[in-house]
Write a protein that binds this ligand. Structure first.
Ligand code: HEM
Length: 106
């Protein structure tokens, strides 16, 4: 009987502590994380180009696009600067050029 009571108390205490735990927040990468990944992929793209590895080049371009899309979605502005709009006007035409270059060479 004493054992059951002890087990019940232990269970009640563990439930109380579990309820007191703060809700887990979803991890959201900052703009710097996307930028660092972009830089790494950009370097890999350069090596892919140097080695004429078009499959890898196409893959890295795709990854750069995906990362930047997510960066825009999560960080449309940074310190009041419209970074999403800047990426669209500055980077998108260049990325399209890169994609076309890979298609031409394939
Ligand atoms: C219009 C285009 C771009 C905009 C508006 C932009 C904006 C920014 C901003 C606001 C930061 C500071 C982020 C922070 O401190 O958390 C940053 C950092 C950085 N950006 Fe960009 N960026 C652009 C293009 C690029 C490209 C094309 C690359 C690489 C190929 C790049 C590489 C980096 C790197 C490596 C950092 C430093 C990240 C760190 O160490 O935390 N950026 N950029």
């Amino acid at each position: 009987m004493k054992r059951i009571a002890t087990a019940m108390i232990a269970l009640a205490v563990s439930v109380m502590f579990a309820a007191a735990e703060p809700a887990k927040e979803r991890y959201e990468p900052g703009l710097g994380e996307f930028m660092t990944a972009t830089q790494l992929r950009h370097a890999k793209l350069w090596f892919a180009g140097r080695e004429s590895n078009l499959d890898l080049a196409a893959y890295e371009i795709d990854e750069i696009k995906e990362g930047l899309e997510e960066a825009r979605r999560l960080h449309p502005t940074f310190d009041g600067i419209p970074v999403a709009e800047m990426m669209k006007t500055i980077l998108d035409p260049r990325i399209a050029e890169l994609e076309n270059a890979v298609i031409r060479l394939a």
